[in-house]
Design a binder for this molecule. Structure first.
Ligand code: GRF
Length: 192
């Protein structure tokens, strides 16, 4: 069976683009659609450029869940990747996709996770805490923010001269390098 993977994103979507480019030409993985909660997110521009349909659902639709589940079922989706998606995943979606929803967080969880810890806020907090390391965490999604079982982490150095912006760049580089490979391995293993 070829897995059909939905990508969820709220913002720029550079990870979405990187993932789709990584798998392009690989017939063993399909990425039939992108879902967002923001109609003006740049991820929709990338989707057009990549030729992948993208759709926006409201915050309420994501919170209620059933409409999203029906939509994903129409497309025979069996995995969900959160790539910079900022809303909580509601119970109907979690129950329909047990252990099949994966998130990437731009820090080394359990540090710098939870409500309000996204994007710039995470890197700002890392600087303020005087951390010497940051990195990425790829994890399964459960009903709490940034709390499910960790699948993979990678570390980058934080130097005294680093700013939230320079840390974001280092973290993005780790994301681009590792996220597609981790998706390939997790999804591939689950289908064995
Ligand atoms: C990434 O750093 C991701 O870890 C975080 O949000 C950022 C999204 O960046 N959750 P982009 O939209 O993929 O460019």
């Amino acid at each position: 069976m070829t897995p059909k993977i939905a990508l969820f994103a709220s913002g720029s979507g550079s990870n979405v683009e990187n993932i789709i480019r990584y798998f392009s030409g690989n017939k063993n993985f399909e990425f039939p659609l992108i879902l967002s909660n923001k109609p003006d997110a740049f991820v929709h521009e990338r989707a057009k450029m990549l030729g992948v349909p993208s759709f926006t659902f409201s915050r309420d639709d994501f919170a209620e869940g059933h409409k999203i589940v029906s939509f994903l079922k129409e497309y025979d989706i069996n995995f969900i990747i959160l790539a910079g998606f900022l809303l909580k995943i509601s119970a109907p979606i979690l129950e329909t996709f047990p252990n099949k929803i994966i998130n990437i967080h731009p820090a080394l969880l359990p540090k710098f996770g939870g409500r309000g810890m996204y994007g710039h806020h995470v890197h700002q907090a890392v600087v303020e805490a005087g951390e010497t390391q940051s990195g990425i965490t790829i994890h399964y999604v459960n009903e709490q923010y940034d709390d499910g079982n960790v699948i993979f982490q990678a570390v980058c150095e934080v130097l005294p001269e680093d700013t939230p912006e320079t840390i974001a760049e280092k973290v993005h580089a780790l994301e681009y390098l590792h996220f597609p490979k981790v998706i390939e391995s997790v999804v591939g293993n689950q289908l064995k």
